[in-house]
Design a binder for this molecule. Sequence first.
Ligand code: UDX
Length: 436
Amino acid sequence: MNITIVGTGYVGLVTGTTLAELGNTVYCVDIDAKKVERMKKGIVPIYEPGLEEIFLRNIQAQRLFFTTDLKEALEKSEVIYLALPTPPGEDGSADLSYVISVANQIGDLITDYKVIVNKSTVPVGTAEIVRKTIAAKTDVPFDVVSNPEFLREGFAIDDSMNPARVIVGSESEKAQEIMAKIYQPFTNIGIPIIFMDEKSSELTKYAANSFLAVKITFMNEIANYCEKVGADVDKVRLGMGSDDRIGHRFLFPGIGYGGSCFPKDVKALIRSGKQEGFDFQILEATEEVNQAQKTILISEIEQYFKGDLKGKKIALWGLAFKANTDDMREASSLDNIKILLEKGASITAFDTIAEENARQILGDQISYAKDMYSALEDADCLLIATEWSEFKNPNFELMAEKMKTKAIFDGRNMFALEQVEDKGFFYKSIGRKTLN
Ligand code: UDX
């Protein structure tokens, strides 16, 4: 099938590349001419494990093309995916101006039947807005389908090639048949397509992400409570997760969730609710608890240094909002850095791959180390903000040699307590007993 993807951000690029990998011919359209030129040359604009290989393979196989010319791409395609940014506006609601602007252009340009697929996370009712916007411009027949994306950064290729399910929101039989054809390679291997009306489909995305944000936040509160009563959250997590109604995943406590999806989607759902006069009380609490959780270790660090952080040299392992990505959006590291700097500490950070993106936000407010151990040189303590694999089993002797004070504040519970126990460190993690 010939497919156009409008928008080559994270979702658009991964969707376009994987649809090409499934044998379709894909035209990726973006207004950023420089980016399009770079992609034509085989330069992948984002970091995502495994993406570059299939990106290059499909360019070579002439199944993946990049252009700024929407008209030309539309002429060649029957299906048009919209993967456009929907940034949060001032009030937290999703800003649909990119989506509406492209819908207007599609209305002006189409000359035969098209299926317009909404891939971006958009509030309930957006498919209807897109339909009305296009219909105001043309009499050419078309359908609008909601087909939300559930991929995780760092696992996007696997999530796209092997999704838990595909959700298709459309009541048009013709559009359903076309979507079923695109996703035939998935149904062939037993991955379900769940057809539903477009509004339920739009809400499914928000509901799923918000539920996961609540799940993490619930666990963070349980972890905080564990500390109060002397329980161990690792044990509680195992005990809870073994009930398959709960499951083991997304039960890991830490310094809060971040990234481009959870914070934005939780806010947007709260906001959409308000517009209908509906209060998502559980989500409001989740936001508030998560915000506090992000910097929960600051008071511990302060207490350790008897309230005075002035001149303290803090080593920071991890800047990205989670491991396996260079994405800094809503990263907990940023909240911690801001407060620590305000309190007069200095910071030397190491991140496996996010340094460049962090520099764009933080500039030289902090120092950047070339590896995890040099970040520790002369440090008064270590704060861990991202769960990079390379931090999991460090050389504690070398750490002790480098650090001025042997104190670790671990926001990602990187180590089992036994790993640190006899190494002579003060070790504070989340929801477990403090070693000193
Ligand atoms: C998420 C959803 O998983 C994905 O389905 C959706 O399409 C986009 O949003 P992503 O933002 O890439 O994906 O990251 P994810 O792996 O879900 O982690 C989100 C945040 O939660 C991270 O900050 C992570 O550190 C945190 N997290 C995750 C926890 O604190 N504990 C956990 O147990 C899991």
